[in-house]
Every structure is written in C-alpha cells, then in structure tokens.
Design a protein around this ligand. Structure first.
Ligand code: NZQ
Ligand code: ZN
Length: 386
C-alpha cells in the first residue's frame, strides 16, 4: 500500500427530514445564498418549497440559478458567476444531482477568479478562493456531494472536462433518501451504474490494497442488492438510503488512497457525452463489459477472478478465465436487469464518425491505467460497443 493523507471535511446530514438543519448550516457561512438547481424536479417534488420556507424563517436572502443541464455547460456556470459577483453571494447551495452540484462548485471557484470560468476547469491551480458550498443531494450517483470533482462541458468545442480542487468539496451535504424517491427508473439505473463504475475504476488497479478492495466489494454488493430494488419500488427507503450512502463512499477517496489508480472507462465515456450528450451512467454501463473483455489477459485474470468470486459469488473452483468471463457476463446482465441499453446505437450513436477524435482525446493519461490503453485500444472498445 502506498503512503497517503486522508481527510474529508464534509459534514453529512443523513436521513429523513434533515433539511430542517439547512438554516443553521447555511447561517454559519453567510446570509446571502445562490440556490442552484436543474430543470425543475425540485419544484415538482417539494424540496424547493421546503428549503425556501426555511430560508425565509431564518432571514436568509436567496438568489436563483435554474436550468442547470444534465452534463452542465460552461455557459450556465458563467451565468452563476455573474449573479454571485453582482449580489455578493456568500454561500452556494446546489439542490440536485451531480450536474447541479458540479456546476455550483465551479461557480463557487470562479467567482473570485478574474479570468473566465473555463480557465479553472482546464487548470484548477488557478483557483484563488472558493465560496462555501452546501449541497442537498437528490440523486444517488456521482458522489459530488462528498468529493472535490466537477465535470463541465463546452458543447461548442465538444469538450467535457473534469476538474478538481480540495476547496470545492462541499462544507456540508444533506442526504435525505426520501428526496430520491422521485428519481425515474432510467436515472436510478444510470446512477447505480455510475456508482459501480467509480468503485470498479479503483478496484481494478495495479497496486493492491487488501482492505480497500474488500470495502469496494462490499460497496459493489450494496449497489447490486439495491439498484434493482429501487427501480422496482421507487419509495423503498432502505434501497434509496443504501444507494445514497454508497454513492458518497465510492468516490470520497476511501477505497482509492493507498492504491495506484488511473481511471479507464470514465475518460472514454466523457467523450461520448461530449459529442452526443448522453447520460453519463448509461455510457459507462455500455462501455464497461467491453472494456473488461479488452483488458482481460494473463496479467489481469486473477483480479477478474477475485471480482467474480467476491462480488458475484461465483465458485472459486473453476479455472480463472472461466470465472472472469462469467463475472463480465454477470456485470452486463445486471445493467440489463436495471433496464440499461447495451449498445451505443440504442442511445443515438449510430456510426463511428467521431471515434477517431474521441479516442485521441480519451487516451491521454490512459498509459498509466490498470491496462494501458492506446488510441487504437479505445477505438476498438467503441467499435465493439457500437
Ligand atoms: O434537472 P432536474 O429537473 O433536477 O432533473 C434531473 C436530471 O434531468 C433528474 N433528477 C435529479 N434528481 C431528481 C431528478 N428527477 C426526479 N427526482 C429527483 N429527485 O435527473 C436528471 C439527471 O441529473 P444529473 O444531475 O445530470 O445526474 P447525475 O447525478 O448522474 O450527474 C451526472 C453528471 O455528473 C458528472 C457526469 O459526467 C455528469 O455530467 N460526474 C460528476 C462526478 C463528480 N462530481 O465527482 C463524477 C462522475 O463520474 C461524473 O462524471
Ligand atoms: Zn461517474
């Protein structure tokens, strides 16, 4: 295991009704808030009314940035930055899924930066200071509620770029599983696939961490147990609660630190979203089994055997390749059981016209991955997924 420093200064308020704390939490940082949200789900399910009523009771003044897109755009970030500067915002409060929280993070980081917000996406070392961020999560998926990352798109240049800064980690996040009861089946499936992918990106690595990998297996089993349950019964509290907590722990560094980790499937998926604006978790689920088959070889087969035995409960008495192939098939079948398509065609990517440029962009950094991937490898994986 490698050396590391571990800290997560995000206070989590987990469970039913925790929103009642929002007035006190926000007041620790200021009384002028930018409320950031998406296309309106928070108005339909009542969260908006809950939060704004508490703000009024607590003398908190709020301004709004609505309409954050899934795969949030830099243009929307810029609008938020303008409001923060004009209204002297003291706290940024996203209510939503990863897109809304990511957008809020870059708004919070770009407000004090004299240049354009996109500079910070490209180079987070330019961050001067970050306004305090308090998030209310409504979709279990990205883990943005407890991590340092934000992923922003510029659809004019077909760029979808991940950025990260320690101060972009929310100061506090409210995780009320009942807020996810209204998440549609497709987004629940995509979110669960995203959580699973975050875990697998860390699990399949070359420096082993025995403890980290056993925790990762537990988190994967949690997703497998509750993803289909939440889809079958959207108000299953235990299912929603387990998925929500797993989403945070998949990506808050707990299962990653101490291991050499360089993600493989995410860089490939981000290009699909950048060129075709598809749902992140669905893209990951389509690519993952093909990536697994592509990287299965004599050096990796034992890791896939471990995955098959410990995650999918396969018998350890078969030969390693048989177990590995069965584990990959089980993974594919689970995504199908949640209703996720298995081909790129089904999500509107009908030909390979951008595969060359997408593979070129995706492979930067993949030379250090679990199995190093070249541009040709990435193209081959896209072709198989088509
Ligand atoms: O916009 P609204 O109306 O709120 O609807 C959203 C949106 O249409 C809806 N939704 C969210 N909560 C709901 C709900 N609908 C009903 N009831 C609720 N309670 O779900 C749709 C998708 O929302 P979005 O925020 O886009 O989903 P997700 O949380 O999966 O975020 C995806 C984005 O996060 C990035 C992805 O690339 C993508 O841009 N990622 C962020 C990461 C991070 N910050 O660490 C890491 C991830 O790997 C990922 O790349
Ligand atoms: Zn992801």
């Amino acid at each position: 295991m490698e050396n590391f420093t571990y800290t997560i200064p995000t206070t989590i308020y987990f469970g039913k009704g925790q929103v009642k704390q929002i007035g006190d939490i926000v007041s620790q940082y200021g009384k002028r808030v930018l409320l950031v949200y998406g296309g309106g789900s928070i108005k339909r399910n009542g969260i908006y009314d809950d939060v704004t009523a508490i703000f009024k009771e607590n003398g908190i003044t709020y301004f709004e940035l609505a309409g954050v897109e899934p795969n949030p755009r830099i243009t929307t970030v810029r609008k938020g930055v303008e409001i923060c500067r004009k209204e002297n915002i003291e706290v940024v409060l996203p209510i939503g899924g990863g897109s809304t929280i990511d957008c809020a993070k870059v708004i919070a980081a770009a407000t004090s930066y004299s240049g354009d917000a996109w500079d910070i996406v490209l180079d987070p070392s330019k961050v001067v200071s970050v306004l305090p961020i308090v998030s209310i999560l409504t979709l279990a998926a990205t883990g943005s509620e407890m991590d340092t990352f934000a992923v922003i798109s510029d659809m004019d240049s077909n760029d979808k770029i991940g950025t990260s800064h320690e101060d972009m980690r929310p100061k506090a996040s409210i995780l009320d599983p009942t807020y996810t009861f209204s998440v549609p089946a497709y987004q629940t499936a995509a979110g669960t696939a995203d959580i699973m992918s975050h875990i697998m990106e860390c699990y399949f690595s070359n420096v082993q961490g025995y403890m980290q990998d056993r925790m990762a297996e537990g988190l994967l089993k949690t997703c497998i147990e509750f993803g289909v349950k939440a889809i079958a019964k959207p108000d299953d509290y235990e299912a929603r609660a387990n998925l929500m907590w797993a989403s945070s722990w998949a990506i808050n560094n707990f299962i990653k630190l101490g291991k050499a980790v360089e993600w493989s499937v995410h860089p490939m998926e981000h290009q699909l979203s950048a060129y075709y604006d598809i749902t992140h978790g669905v893209g990951l689920a389509i690519l993952t089994p093909h990536w697994m088959e592509h990287v299965l070889n004599d050096n990796t087969v034992e890791k896939f055997k471990e995955f098959g035995v410990n995650v999918w409960d396969l018998s350890k008495d078969e030969d390693a390749y048989t177990i590995a192939h069965q584990a990959i098939q089980k993974t594919r079948e689970y995504f199908v059981a949640m209703g996720i398509p298995t081909t790129l065609r089904e999500v509107g990517i009908v030909d390979d016209r951008y595969f060359d440029v997408m593979a070129e962009k995706a492979c930067a950094g993949l030379e250090a991955a679990f199995v190093p991937l070249t541009k040709e490898d990435v193209k081959a994986i896209y072709q198989k997924a088509l």
